[in-house]
Design a protein around this ligand. Structure first.
Ligand code: ACM
Length: 527
């Protein structure tokens, strides 16, 4: 016979069972009602033991009358849920029932445009935000509350039951980016759109496209047709290359905007320009076009006016097709440009960007020029590189914000470890825990939280010809960078994160996404 528990202990257990589980604090959730494993970790998340919602064939997605933003978020959610659940899930107006998902736009303005609340209670599911981005992020969190089979594109058995939870969430940083180098190897519109879908699951809100480099020029520019047609005709593997027409670039911008992702296009200059110089002899100081894929460093002809007519056309057309505030001008590794020429060049390019109504971002070397207070410096130095640190401090001194992309933490082209079959190692290995376990607000001496706009994870594709190479290097590190960008520093622990990250794998399996099953992460058995 079991011993009887004293009544005080019984009531204590009852009280404990009723207490909300607090994530990221000492009050761990009772084992029977674990808080859902979410990435990025929301700023506040409480499990509601004993409450749940089951979606079924009568479930609806409810929106307030006249709310265009709620209808877009609701339609996006319906597209995710309908194929796998097989439910009709009409997007409609009505009084909420316990199996409905209800959107409203009465969320607290204090959570900002990207913040939201998500409640799963016995009364149903409610996603509330004050702006459309918040509603979209509420949808992304809700996806992760459902069983992983929801990500399949064919009808699954269910049941579609979600445990009770109360989430209130808002991001730490405004800039949560990824960069895809489509210059070294070209990825077509469909591949970029799939990448955008993957990024959006982790609340990434910037995709920086590296559109030009020595190995290829990937955007059509009116008046300079050989840039894309000749300069884009090959790649770092001597393959066929490719480029985006302006209409295709517009499609990418629109697809990204529907996922609350801003495209930041990069034209790298004054270095990394062989593809452009091979296309037009007048972009070379000696008037002679080098061959495509000419090895070594390159530089535009800095004291020639043709260079600035060229850049004015390129920047003007990019500005017209890019709704975001920023154009990326590169500025890295201008190793054959003198210091005086570099400053002259960046100053003139800054004026061109401003004349077209945009602000510039560049790799942190641009801080060597005479910038105004508006530009953003993208820091790609490693820990402890004195020259890079000095330029970051120069950025701060003139009021430029910094996006943190330290190569030894955020570069997705670095190998995970010595066994990784593909990738680079010049900045060292970048394991899943390395990529997660750092704080952008303490990484560079003298650069703190308020000096930083956010984080970005660049993926240089010199040695990655296929999109599955790209995915293998991106996952599972990108969600860690996304969490650094989104979640409060107080929730940041590798031991907690690795378990939440492991819970993402069945979703990637359901989506057919290639990823690296790092031994650092306690993955569930593959399906
Ligand atoms: C860079 O990795 N050259 C910015």
């Amino acid at each position: 016979m079991k011993p009887r528990l004293p009544s005080l202990a019984v009531s204590l257990l009852v009280v404990l069972a009723l207490l909300p589980a607090t994530v990221g604090s000492a009050n761990a959730a009772p084992a029977s009602t674990p808080a859902p494993a979410l990435v990025p970790q929301p700023s506040s998340e409480h499990a509601l033991p004993g409450q749940s919602v089951s979606l079924d064939r009568s479930s609806r997605i409810l929106v307030p009358q006249g709310s265009h933003d709620a209808v877009s978020a609701a339609n996006y959610l319906a597209q995710v849920l309908r194929p796998s659940t097989g439910f009709a899930l009409p997007v409609t107006i009505g009084f909420p029932r316990r199996d409905d998902i209800t959107f409203d736009q009465w969320g607290a303005a204090s959570l900002g445009n990207e913040g939201y609340t998500l409640d799963v209670t016995r009364g149903g599911v409610r996603i509330s935000a004050h702006a459309s981005a918040g509603l979209f992020y509420g949808v992304q969190t809700f996806r992760q509350l459902l069983p992983a089979g929801v990500e399949k594109r064919s009808k699954q058995a269910g049941p579609w039951t979600i445990g009770g939870v109360r989430i209130s969430d808002t991001p730490r940083f405004a800039w949560r980016g990824a960069m895809l180098d489509v210059a070294r190897h070209f990825f077509d519109v469909g591949q970029v759109e799939t990448y955008l879908d993957e990024l959006s699951m982790y609340k990434i809100n910037v995709l920086h496209l590296h559109l030009s480099d020595n190995d290829g020029w990937r955007i059509d520019i009116n008046g300079w047709p050989r840039l894309a047609r000749y300069g884009g005709s090959t790649d770092a593997s001597r393959g066929p290359g490719g480029f985006y027409t302006q209409a295709q670039y517009g499609e990418i911008v629109k697809f990204a905007a529907a996922r609350h992702i801003t495209i930041v296009p990069e034209i790298d200059a004054p270095g990394h320009v062989t593809a452009a110089q091979a296309s037009y002899a007048q972009l070379n100081c000696d008037g002679v076009a080098p061959p495509l894929l000419n090895p070594g460093y390159s530089s535009l002809c800095v004291r020639s006016e043709v260079t600035y007519q060229f850049l004015d056309d390129v920047i003007g057309q990019l500005a017209a097709m890019t709704p975001g505030k920023y154009l990326h001008i590169g500025g890295d590794e201008a190793l054959t440009t003198s210091a005086a020429d570099y400053t002259y060049f960046v100053d003139r390019l800054q004026a061109i960007v401003h004349a077209h109504g945009k602000e510039l971002i560049g790799w942190h070397q641009i801080e060597a020029a005479d910038l105004t207070s508006g530009p953003v410096a993208q820091y790609w130095g490693t820990a402890g590189s004195a020259d890079d640190v000095a330029l970051a401090q120069q950025a701060k001194a003139r009021g430029n914000k910094i996006v943190m992309s330290p190569a030894d933490k955020s570069y997705l082209d670095m190998k995970y470890d010595a066994q990784t079959p593909i990738g680079q190692d010049w900045a060292g290995y970048n394991s899943v825990s390395d990529a997660y376990d750092w704080d952008p607000a303490t990484f560079v001496p003298g650069i703190g939280e308020s000096d930083i706009d956010g984080v970005e994870a660049p993926l240089w594709t010199d040695v990655f010809p296929t999109i599955s190479d790209v995915d293998y290097m991106t996952f599972p590190r990108l969600p860690g960078i996304a969490e650094i960008g989104w979640s409060p520093e107080s929730t940041h622990t590798w031991t907690g994160y690795r378990t939440r990250l492991a819970a993402q794998a069945p979703r990637w399996d359901a989506l057919g996404l290639t990823y690296y099953r790092s031994p650092e992460v306690p993955w569930p058995a593959a399906a």
